[in-house]
Design a protein around this ligand. Structure first.
Ligand SMILES: Cc1cc2nc3c(=O)[nH]c(=O)nc-3n(C[C@H](O)[C@H](O)[C@H](O)COP(=O)(O)OP(=O)(O)OC[C@H]3O[C@@H](n4cnc5c(N)ncnc54)[C@H](O)[C@@H]3O)c2cc1C
Ligand code: SF4
Ligand code: SF4
Length: 350
């Protein structure tokens, strides 16, 4: 590269941090634009799932090193509380108008842009028959991650857990709600959380209700095998409805289609965890319009076949704004996006 190229990275989650660190090492100058007041994105809510100190390789601690490295890095200017309001193509590059709380009317001229705006959690309220927001014993994977991260083992101590259920595919693999895709991460976090609950409450029965289980990932197989050995119960069937138990006050009753038994079954639980998945950001259409991007049929940013470059030269995407990904997968995708951006800048001679 002849002059020091300037790149705007939009989104300061694990993917945006990874892209920024990669490109700065290759000599670029980075403006990292984050709309929240802190960096880290959704990975900030992922809890440690180590079993009595034994790591379950959930990826939750991959964020800390990158946050520290960003603080140390020269040539990465971090703008928090910042969004892009207008984009102009000027020469081969871009001029971005920014809404920055502490510096109105800021503009930024850059040679390339990488979008790393991430995902929103599926809203469990949209799954009405599951009683989320009405039944106190019904919660989501997102809430469990947050509570365990804040309070560790004591988070659910007061409930005296004897029966815990995870319900898979809540809001994913469901064409009726426009999300026919698999969210990829929810089987892995559910099995790891199930093992954690089982280790804390060995007498409790922990059940995962599923269509099937997404077990991809080399590191996941031992976890999956161990879950079976430890007595986690896997049932093929998803609930038709969850309601207040009439037989056991304070519990939630769960009616489901037991596929193997070929009949409707009913069980009561102390805690029901809805394994919510990932969906495109609710404002993804606005961001796509700003940069002239297409979106795929589910609303994630569309790319060329390489999965990182877009139809707009100089605009790349990284991480879970392109498709559902775990933390480790978002890092790998972000490295690929940084590489594609670097090649683009070299070819332009910037
Ligand atoms: C319930 C649940 C549990 C999970 N548990 C695990 C787990 O145990 N292990 C694991 O590996 N993965 C887990 N994941 C997945 C993990 O959260 C993601 O892999 C990871 O957060 C993706 O990182 P990202 O940078 O792509 O997106 P995000 O984390 O969403 O980061 C995007 C960033 O961009 C910012 N942003 C968005 N729009 C704009 C904008 N217009 N302008 C500026 N900034 C913007 C956001 O504020 C955010 O900081 C879980 C997911 C869910 C749903
Ligand atoms: S990878 Fe997950 S389980 Fe292992 S130490 Fe890190 S946060 Fe804990
Ligand atoms: S990862 Fe598992 S729970 Fe999530 S959508 Fe895919 S199959 Fe369903």
């Amino acid at each position: 590269m002849q002059k020091q190229p300037k790149v705007a990275v939009i989104g300061g989650g694990i993917a945006g941090l990874t892209v920024a660190l990669n490109l700065v090492q290759r000599g670029a100058q980075i403006a990292l634009l984050e709309r929240e007041s802190i960096l880290g994105g959704n990975a900030l809510t992922v809890c440690c799932k180590a079993l009595e100190g034994k790591c379950q390789l959930c990826g939750g601690c991959l964020l800390a090193d990158r946050l520290a490295a960003i603080k140390e890095a020269r040539d990465i200017a971090v703008f928090t509380n910042t969004t892009v309001t207008r984009v102009k193509r000027v020469g081969g590059g871009f001029v971005l108008d920014l809404a920055v709380a502490w510096a109105p009317d800021t503009t930024l001229a850059v040679d390339a842009v990488i979008l790393a705006t991430g995902f929103d959690h599926v809203d469990a309220h949209t799954k009405g028959p599951y009683g989320y927001g009405i039944l106190p014993n019904v919660t989501t994977g997102e809430e469990v991650e947050k509570r365990l991260r804040q309070n560790g083992r004591s988070a659910y101590e007061s409930l005296g857990l004897r029966k815990v259920a995870f319900i898979q595919c809540v809001g994913s693999r469901d064409e009726h709600v426009g999300r026919g895709y698999c969210s990829q991460v929810c089987c892995r976090y559910a099995v790891r959380l199930a093992r954690l609950f089982k280790s804390w409450y060995p007498e409790a029965e922990v059940t995962i209700f599923k269509m099937d289980i997404q077990t991809s990932g080399r590191d996941f197989d031992p976890t999956w095998q161990a879950a079976h050995k430890e007595g986690i119960r896997f049932v093929a069937g998803l609930p038709a409805v969850i309601r207040r138990s009439t037989e056991a006050p304070g519990r939630a009753a769960f009616i489901y289609d037991d596929i193997l038994a070929g009949k409707l079954a009913q069980e009561d639980f102390d805690l029901i965890i809805l394994s919510v998945g990932m969906q495109p950001r609710r404002d993804a259409d606005r961001v796509a319009d700003l940069f002239g991007l297409n979106r795929d049929p589910y609303g994630f940013f569309a790319t060329n076949d390489d999965e990182t470059s877009t139809l707009i030269p100089g605009v790349f995407v990284a991480g879970s704004c392109q498709a559902p990904r775990s933390i480790a997968e978002s890092i790998a995708h972000a490295q690929k996006a940084a590489e594609a951006c670097y090649v683009y800048l070299q070819e332009r001679g910037s």
